[in-house]
Every structure is written in structure tokens, then in C-alpha cells.
Design a protein around this ligand. Structure first.
Ligand SMILES: Nc1ncnc2c1ncn2[C@@H]1O[C@H](COP(=O)(O)OP(=O)(O)OP(=O)(O)O)[C@@H](O)[C@H]1O
Length: 791
């Protein structure tokens, strides 16, 4: 269909969404290619900055909006440059060209003719024909370029396959150097423009005829490989071997020539010279991760240096602990007392321990004792004008809520604390400074190197910091293993809690977690207890067995949100994707009247359990949070067709409406990855490990999965997959943070309280042979009622 057009001036911008340049405009019509009786028309589309009263030419089509009637949907637009004598004279004599009056404007049009603007845009040297001062000539070129070159460049970017949204981003970055940059160094776009990766830049480069062995291409290939290798392994650096071969593979995919090993080695040396890759003792770092590890170590040293040691006497601390014990009606054991003392005495203190060892109990104790020593009120209402002295934060929304509930104090996510939206395209340079006297971070093992760097550099000197976590859990999703590196440095005050305090007579889950942690698959590993059972089955049997378990658990009173299935991988018959489909069919089947929204190969229906995949501070939902679909409006029933289908989601009582562009941020959550469940706990956890997952199976993965279970645990799958997981303690990542810290701290200068793990209280029991599929998965859970979980 031929495109229609409108020429008209901008009267008003009704609506705009700056993040994706979408706007709704009211245009005063001058000319149209179609019949239009009104003097105005509404135009919608993606636009860069527009000037009111300026004439534009819009190309596109007339559409019928169900509510607002006929509108013009614009696909391309440009400033409509005057091409008649009067328009041109008005233009050059306007306020845009200070110092040029009508007389000079007439002269300009005499010399350059009615095509004056296009001549100036396409060839700046024509300005020399004008009998004007150098400054005025420059003014004319600058103004004309600013007004008219933009659209030329956007049109060219469009013709290279960039949509308007990304084209505007590119143009804003490079201005009138856009086309030059694209032709000479398209790989620069990977660094500068979020959304452009190596593949797209390489396509562009090869189209522009860049040689296959061009140094910039090889360097971009190396940087891309480094990024991929690091993200896949979670390390903060790569070895040379990890870099060279995959880079060659990446670059030699075209038939236009080959890149040699020597070319890659030379390009690598160049990148090191330019400090775009940092080489430190055979380790190749991306510069941001290298800098982050150095900055973390330095900031830790600064915090330590500026901390007023011996602020409180031993006597004062003793008194504060006695007060706290009385206040909280508790008697701390020796380890716990040591932890509270260390937290009060040091600039930075690390507290680690497995489930039930009293981490939360100590956070509460520390806050109470700290407030007592400093005579601070812990009543938030007393802080209308001054910041609350104790700042509590955690890496996920759920962990933050848990922290707030267990301390009865305000707690938020680290992102919110730092003023990050969670959708930053790049590592932000600045974050909000933290105000307060004591900072406590829970679930620190989930914080990656780059986020930790932002956090630690936002802490004012003099503020005390307590990092709490379980060092044996999975490390962060992003590169690094900050919490365990800090502990492993052995130069920072640390207490490793080993005594289990949870007094649950029948609970064997915590013992199992501790066994896993010490690498023991005792004979009772696969035994069924009142609170846990194991069902042996192969991958193809998993979906059916799970169906039976879930239906039974429902009969026994477990709500859907109390039960969580966890698996390590997405693909395969026992993978997360297939298990979600199976569970959806079982728990929320499609019936003739069911409304559903289809997104790729996923369907969402009212009642479905969903997980949020990214942090969204604006909507106050975070990566890993689990919610429910509570409503659906299908596009066909939505008067505002532009919105398409809508999903109404409930995250912990918070209602959020999601339209099409948000759907990529959610997934079904009957089954989630173990990583996504970090920082959350559920009454009943069902873990699925099968032989196909062997590549992923590590001790810390199974430990993290098992410790998500509050009261019931069902393990499902291949016995040897579990045995393999327990045996494989190779979950350590490659980082240099530990060494960076050690290089700045003298080991003897710190009062290191790290306690070695006690000898594991081993349960050496005989292996019970189970005829698993015949076993009731809820074995031992017969007396469970919903009330069991209410207390
Ligand atoms: N000294 C103590 N005396 C009595 N009970 C204690 C003591 N320390 C901890 N507890 C109890 O032990 C249980 C576990 O403690 P807490 O919740 O602090 O551990 P945690 O390490 O935070 O566990 P998780 O990581 O599983 O949440 C709680 O019920 C707590 O009240």
C-alpha cells in the first residue's frame, strides 16, 4: 500500500513516553495526500525532539482508533524545509540566525536558490559563495545542520535497518559524526549503544566492506568472547586459552577470509596496551571488573582506616549485650556473643552461617545493642528530619521484606538504597550516598562484584558495615563471589556460626543441608522422614510423578504459593520449561471459556503463578519475586487497541498491569531455577535433579535448593545426580578479590574471629533401599494440615 502523507505544523504534544520516544501529536494540517476535512489531525509514532509551530512532513497511514476515531500513524517524518522564496527568506531572517536580517536573507536566497537548505546540508562548502563574515557563514552551517542533518542521518540509519528508537539513540551519541563512526568503527556501537551487540555491529562492518582481519573487528571479537566466557562461568577474568579459540571461532564464520591465531594474539596485546583488557598474572579481566575488585579492596581499607577503633570499652559492650539479652529475652551462646562484639567493635564485620544458626537473631541483637550504646531511638517516628541510624538492605525484594519483618524496622533492596532502577543499560557512574551510622546487608552471597562495588563506594566513611549471609550458598547470578571472597581473605573480622539453634524436634532438613555442605551422602540421605522424602525416577518419569505430588499436596492443604518446584535447567523433559507446561495443564487447564494471553510458546491464564525476571524499582517488583495472574484483558476487548493484551498481576498484594512490552519480564513459576529462588523460602520445596543436569550439578546448588524448604522437602530424580551434586564442590569461581584485599590488609592487623567449621556432626546411617515410584511422595506427611503452617 502506498504511503500517505501530511504536511502540517506541530500544535501540541498530547502524550509522550520518553524512554521509547513514542508521542501523540496534534498537527495543524496544511496539505494531505488523502481527503481530510478537519483543520487538525492526531498523529502517533516514534519521534525525536520536536519543535512547536515547526512544519513537518509525516508519512504513514490513516488508522481508525476505536475510541478516538481517525488518526494518522506515522512511519517516517522529517522537518518540512521551506522551498519557496518567501518561506526561505522568513527562515533565514528568523531568530535562529541572530544578526541576519531580511536583506541578507534575500541575498542568501538569490545566491543559493530555492534549494538553499538541501544544498547547504549536502555540501557545506556552498556557504563560501555567500558574501558574509566567517562567523555568520559558520552560524548558517551550524543552524541548518542542526535542523536538517538529523533527519538525513535518521533516514540513513533507517535504511541500514535501525528502527527509529535505536536510530535516535545512535544519533544522540554521535551527532553529525554518526555516519562517519558507523563506517569507520561500527564496533564502537557495542560499547556505546545499549541493544547493539557484536553480531549487529559485525554485520554492519562487513556490509561497509571492512576487512575480515581488521584490528578493530578482532578486538571487538575478543571483548565479546571475554564477556561471554565471564558471564557463563561467573568468573571475573578468563585465561588466554578460554579467550583465543572461541574468538577465532566467532570471527571465522564468514567465507570472506580468515583471521589467524597470530592476528588474535596481536589484537589482544593491543587491547592490553589500551587497558581495555587488563592482564594480571595470566588473568585477562574486563576493565570494569578489574577496577571493581581493586575499588572494593581500597574502599574496605578506607572504611577500616577511618573507623574510630575502641569506641566502646569492653565493659560498655558487655553491658550492651546484657541489656539486649534482657530486652529480647534470649541468652546468646559464645559464638553469638563473639559475633555481636565483633559487629559493634569493627568498621566491617562478616557474619556467615547455615540455616537456623541464628543470623537473624544476631542482626536483631546487634541493632538493639548498637542503639543502646549510642543512645539511639529505634522508633522510626522519631526521625522526621534526620536519617534513621540503622540502614537494612538485601539484594532482592523478598529478602528485604523478610529482613523488615524479622527486625520490625524499615528494610529495602540494595537497588533502591543506591537509587538504581535495575534497568540501567550501563554500570552507573554515580549512586546515591547512604546516610546512617550502621549498615546491615542480608543475603550478601547474592550480591555480585559490580553491584557490591557500587554499594561499598556509596558507604560514607565512619559508617559501620555488617554483611550477613551464607557463604556456602550459590554465588551471585552476575560475575564474582564477593561474600565468600571477603571471608576467604581471612583478614576481615568474620564469625562463622556453626551451632544450629532451630529447635524443631522433627526437622531433618537442616541436618540434611549441613550434611550436603560437608559433602556427606549418608545412608539416610534417601530415607523418608516426616519432613522429607526422596523419590527415585528418571527424567521422562519426572513430569508424571510431579503431577501426582502436586495434586496430593493440594489435597493435604498446601496452597500453590506455599509449594515451589526447583530445577537447575530450562531445557529437557525434566527441565523448568516443560515442568511449567505440565503443571499449568494440571493445575490451571485450558477450558473453552478460559481467557489466555499467548506470549511465544508460553500461555498465561488467570490463576497462573508467575515469576518476575528483572528488577523494576519503578513498579517495585524484583528479580525472582513470585506473583499470580489475577486478570486478563484481551486486545479484542480492549478499547485502546494500541495496548494489545493486558495481564493483571499480583505480587505480594501489589497489583500491576502488564502490557505487551512487559511480557518479556515474566515467566511461569510453578517451577523456577534454583538461582531464582535464592533469598526466598517456601513451606514445601520439591527439588528435581536428573542425570541430564550433571554439567550443572554442584554442592552449593543442591545446598541452596534444600535450604529454601521451611518445613517440607521432596527430592525427586536420579540418585546419582544427587550424589554427584554433593560430591562436586567445584562451585568456586575464579576471581582476584581475595588477593586484592590481602594485598592491602596486613593479616596481623585485624582481629580475625573466623571460626573453623566444627567437625560435621555426621549422621552415618545405612543406605535405605527404596522402591521409589511405589512410595507415596507425601510419606511421613500424613498428619500435615494447613494449620501446621500457620504457626
Ligand atoms: N541463643 C539462642 N537461644 C534460643 N533460641 C535461639 C538462639 N539463637 C537462635 N535461636 C532461635 O533459633 C532459630 C533460628 O535462628 P535464626 O532465625 O536467627 O537463624 P538464621 O540463621 O537466620 O536462619 P535462616 O537463615 O534459616 O533464616 C530461631 O527460632 C531463633 O529464635
Amino acid at each position: 500500500m502506498a504511503e500517505e502523507y501530511i504536511i502540517g505544523s506541530l500544535e501540541a504534544i498530547f502524550f509522550e513516553k520518553p524512554e521509547d520516544y513514542f508521542k501523540i501529536l496534534l498537527i495543524k494540517v496544511q496539505e494531505t495526500s488523502f481527503a481530510w476535512a478537519d483543520s487538525e489531525i492526531v498523529v502517533t509514532g516514534v519521534f525525536d525532539e520536536l519543535e512547536e509551530n515547526q512544519n513537518y512532513r509525516f508519512e504513514g497511514e490513516v488508522v481508525q482508533h476505536p475510541k478516538y476515531g481517525q488518526q494518522f500513524k506515522c512511519l517516517h517524518y522529517q522537518k518540512d524545509s521551506p522551498t519557496d522564496r518567501k518561506g526561505l527568506v522568513d527562515y533565514f531572517a528568523s531568530a535562529q540566525f541572530p544578526g541576519i536580517g531580511r536583506k541578507t536573507a534575500n541575498k542568501i536566497v538569490d545566491i543559493l536558490g530555492n534549494n538553499a537548505i538541501s544544498s547547504l546540508v549536502s555540501d557545506a562548502t556552498v556557504v563560501e559563495k555567500l558574501p558574509l563574515s566567517k562567523a555568520k557563514r559558520q552560524l548558517i552551517i551550524d543552524q541548518v545542520n542542526e535542523s536538517y542533518q538529523t533527519q538525513e542521518i535518521i533516514l540513513q540509519l533507517n535504511s541500514l535497518g535501525f528502527g527509529n528508537k535505536i536510530a535516535f539513540k545512535i544519533y544522540h551519541k554521535y551527532g553529525n559524526q554518526t555516519l562517519n563512526t558507523l563506517q569507520t568503527d561500527p564496533y564502537q556501537l557495542i560499547e556505546d549503544i545499549p541493544g547493539i551487540g557484536f553480531k549487529r555491529a559485525d554485520q554492519l562492518a562487513l556490509n561497509f566492506g571492512l576487512a575480515i582481519d581488521n584490528t578493530k573487528r578482532i578486538q571487538a571479537g575478543l571483548l565479546q568472547t571475554l564477556k561471554v566466557v565471564i558471564n557463563a562461568a561467573g568468573n571475573t577474568y578468563a585465561s588466554k586459552t578460554e579467550l583465543i579459540a572461541p574468538t577465532l571461532k566467532l570471527l571465522n564464520t564468514t567465507k570472506k577470509g580468515t583471521v589467524s591465531d597470530e592476528d588474535v594474539q596481536n589484537a589482544l596485546a593491543d587491547l592490553i596496551d589500551q587497558e581495555l583488557i587488563i592482564l594480571d598474572q595470566d588473568c585477562y579481566f574486563p576493565k570494569d571488573l578489574y577496577a571493581a575488585e581493586c575499588d572494593i579492596a581500597q574502599q574496605l581499607q578506607l572504611l577500616q582506616k577511618h573507623f574510630k577503633a575502641n569506641k566502646y570499652s569492653d565493659q560498655q559492650i558487655k553491658k550492651a549485650i546484657q541489656y539486649t539479652e534482657k530486652q529480647l529475652a534470649i541468652t546468646y551462646d559464645d559464638q553469638q556473643v563473639a559475633a555481636i562484639q565483633a559487629g559493634l567493635k569493627n568498621a566491617l564485620f562478616l557474619l556467615t552461617g547455615g540455616p537456623g544458626t541464628g543470623k537473624t537473631t544476631i542482626i536483631n541483637g546487634l541493632v538493639t545493642a548498637f542503639a543502646y550504646l549510642n543512645d539511639y531511638s529505634l522508633d522510626i517516628d522519631d526521625y522526621q528530619t534526620t536519617p534513621f541510624p540503622v540502614v537494612l538492605a538485601a539484594p532482592t525484594g523478598r529478602a528485604a521484606k523478610h529482613l523488615a519483618a524479622s527486625t520490625q524496622l524499615p528494610a529495602g533492596t540494595i537497588h533502591r538504597l543506591l537509587g538504581l532502577t535495575g534497568q540501567e543499560d550501563m554500570q552507573p557512574l554515580d549512586v546515591s550516598e547512604i546516610y546512617g551510622k550502621l549498615l546491615i546487608i542480608d543475603e550478601t552471597s547474592m550480591v555480585d562484584t559490580l553491584l557490591f562495588k557500587l554499594l561499598i563506594t556509596a558507604i560514607p566513611l565512619g559508617m559501620q558495615v555488617i554483611l550477613v549471609g551464607d557463604k556456602d550458598q550459590l554465588p551471585s547470578v552476575g560475575p564474582g563471589q564477593v561474600f565468600s571472597d571477603l571471608i576467604a581473605s581471612k583478614v576481615l573480622p568474620t564469625v562463622n556460626l556453626t551451632k544450629i539453634h532451630r529447635q524443631d524436634q522433627d526437622s531433618t532438613i537442616i541436618d540434611l543441608a549441613h550434611d550436603i555442605n560437608t559433602g556427606q551422602v549418608g545412608n539416610d540421605f534417601f530415607t523418608n522422614y516426616p519432613d522429607r522424602s526422596f523419590i527415585e525416577c528418571t527424567a521422562p518419569q519426572v513430569p508424571h510423578v510431579l503431577q501426582q505430588i502436586i495434586l496430593k499436596s493440594q489435597k493435604r492443604g498446601f496452597d500453590l504459593d506455599q509449594v515451589q518446584i526447583l530445577a537447575p535447567m530450562y531445557r529437557g523433559i525434566a527441565g523448568i520449561d516443560n515442568l511449567n507446561q505440565t503443571m499449568q495443564v494440571t493445575l490451571n487447564p485450558l477450558e473453552s471459556t478460559t481467557k489466555q494471553v499467548i506470549v511465544g510458546n508460553m500461555q498465561y491464564r488467570i490463576g497462573d503463578k508467575v515469576v518476575h525476571l528483572v528488577n523494576n524499582v519503578e513498579k517495585n517488583v524484583f528479580n525472582g519475586e513470585i506473583g499470580t495472574v489475577t486478570g486478563i484483558t484481551l486486545a479484542k476487548d480492549n478499547p485502546d487497541k494500541k495496548q494489545g493484551d493486558l495481564l493483571y498481576l499480583d505480587f505480594d498484594g501489589q497489583q500491576i498491569v502488564y502490557s505487551h512490552s512487559d511480557f518479556k519480564n515474566i515467566a511461569l513459576a510453578y517451577c523456577t531455577s534454583i538461582h531464582k529462588a535464592q533469598g526466598s523460602e517456601f513451606e514445601l520445596v520439591i527439588v528435581v535433579l536428573v542425570r541430564q543436569n550433571t554439567r550443572m550439578l554442584r554442592r552449593n546448588l543442591l545446598y541452596t535448593a534444600v535450604t529454601r524448604a521451611k518445613s517440607k522437602l521432596i527430592m525427586l530424580g536420579d540418585k546419582n545426580a544427587y550424589e554427584h551434586a554433593v560430591a562436586d564442590n567445584s562451585g568456586q569461581r575464579q576471581t582476584k578479590l581475595k588477593y586484592q584485599i590481602q594485598s592491602l590488609f596486613k593479616p596481623d592487623s585485624i582481629n580475625n574471629l573466623a571460626t573453623e567449621d566444627d567437625d560435621p556432626a555426621g549422621y552415618i546411617l545405612t543406605l535405605e533401599q527404596i522402591r521409589h515410584l511405589a512410595i507415596d511422595p507425601m510419606i511421613g506427611m500424613a498428619n500435615v494440615t494447613p494449620q501446621s503452617f500457620m504457626n
